[in-house]
Design a protein around this ligand. Structure first.
Ligand SMILES: NC(=O)c1ccc[n+]([C@@H]2O[C@H](COP(=O)([O-])OP(=O)(O)OC[C@H]3O[C@@H](n4cnc5c(N)ncnc54)[C@H](O)[C@@H]3O)[C@@H](O)[C@H]2O)c1
Length: 364
């Protein structure tokens, strides 16, 4: 099976290729780039090199590969510099092309390197985690973390193509697969009631579930449509910001715990339940809606509340530093129903604090 979805962004439009056997397409694309005299480099992480080494090796000759340590801490300025130095050493010029072979960490970091090196070279995404397939490889947000917060430095830089091959998920640890499902559930919750119902009725999916390719594609369709409407998240309300459902809470958890304790998708899982609870407190959802979301998230063994007692004040402060804060006002994405999201900016701090304490934070 091989099919294509176009991300419509005028001259920055690009294809997302789906289907097993992307290795073949990649070999052809890389060979044809090289035939044009273009140099090709790629970045991956050590786990992927270890587990998917054969896949990478068969992508082509003369592929200059840089291997990063795995994990969220790699999304840093030090690693960004390392990639840029590597590209310079390898003689990559403006016509060069950089491939990101990995999850969201490799994708975000490599994309930022491609945006920065020589003020911008082409890059392409080969996502290898579920999270990257359904979310981070599409849409052109690239960046690194700062001690002050997640993704606080970065650039919009769209890939030239995205190659999604679900067979690469066979080696993905179950915990990482579950973390990706948090973004799948997020996507359904914010945009498509029928999709959320379907996720509930399907029960627990695995990398070999026959429904998975269709689910990944649906997530990409939703994300591509939102990004096409509001590429740089400028819409005064709604728009691309809706993709941050649960993320104001999630980024605070990640910042306070120092990017190591929770996987990004796990923090998103807690954030989704909190955003649903917030929507219920604001009068949009029922208790049974909250229960449905909690159950769907929990079915994957994802956390639905904090698993260690973090201080509520620190979490609230981290929310104020989040980059979605505009003119000092924290913006939230809430659900007007399951499958439809909206942005709000008038949630009192006392209510965020209450939500954190209900989610297991310490009242200090
Ligand atoms: N740019 C965006 O729009 C966007 C959207 C969502 C999330 N993100 C970012 O994505 C990041 C999280 O991405 P992630 O969850 O993919 O994390 P990740 O890149 O750290 O990958 C998770 C782990 O899985 C391993 N791995 C990757 N592919 C594998 C495979 N096929 N088999 C076995 N192991 C494999 C990696 O080595 C790593 O240890 C966060 O930094 C988040 O901020 C970005």
């Amino acid at each position: 099976m091989s099919e294509t979805l176009k991300v419509n962004l005028g001259e920055r439009s690009y294809p997302i290729y789906f289907g097993t056997g992307q290795g073949e397409r990649l070999r052809e694309d890389i060979a044809s780039l090289q035939n044009e005299g273009r140099k090709i480099a790629a970045v991956t992480d050590a786990n992927i090199e270890n587990l998917l080494g054969d896949f990478i090796k068969h992508l082509g000759h003369n592929l200059r590969l840089l291997v990063m340590p795995p994990g969220e801490k790699t999304k840093s300025f030090e690693r960004l510099q390392e990639i840029c130095e590597f590209l310079a050493r390898e003689g990559i010029d403006r016509k060069g092309c950089l491939f990101a072979i990995g999850g969201g960490v490799v994708g975000d970091l490599t994309g930022f390197a491609a945006a920065s090196f020589l003020r911008g070279i082409e890059f392409r995404q080969i996502p290898t985690t579920l999270l990257a397939m359904v979310d981070s490889s599409v849409g052109g947000k690239t960046g690194v973390n700062l001690a002050a917060g997640k993704n606080l430095a970065g650039a919009f830089h769209q890939p030239k193509a995205v190659y999604i091959d679900t067979s690469l998920l066979e080696t993905l640890p179950p915990r990482e697969f579950a973390a990706g499902m948090a973004e799948v559930i997020k996507t359904a919750l914010l945009a498509d009631p029928g999709f959320f119902d379907r996720l509930q009725s399907l029960g627990k999916l695995t990398p070999s579930s026959p429904q998975l390719p269709g689910i990944i594609r649906r997530c990409c369709e939703i994300k591509a449509a939102i990004v096409a409407e509001d590429e740089r998240e400028n819409a005064p309300e709604g728009g691309r910001a809706l993709l941050n459902l649960g993320h104001t809470f999630a980024h605070a958890i990640e910042a306070v715990t120092g990017y190591g304790n929770y996987l990004h998708g796990e923090a998103v899982a807690v954030g989704l339940v909190m955003a649903t609870r917030l929507s219920q407190k604001l009068g949009h959802l029922s208790e049974s809606d909250v229960a449905k979301v909690t159950e769907t998230v929990g079915a994957y063994g994802l956390p639905v509340r904090l698993n260690n007692p973090l201080p509520a004040s620190g979490l609230c402060d981290a929310m104020k530093r989040d980059k979605k804060t505009r003119a000092g006002v924290v913006h939230f994405v809430i659900l007007s129903r399951l499958g439809k999201a909206e942005t709000v900016n008038d949630v009192p701090e006392s209510l965020w604090r209450e939500l954190w304490i209900e989610a297991g934070a310490e009242n200090r």
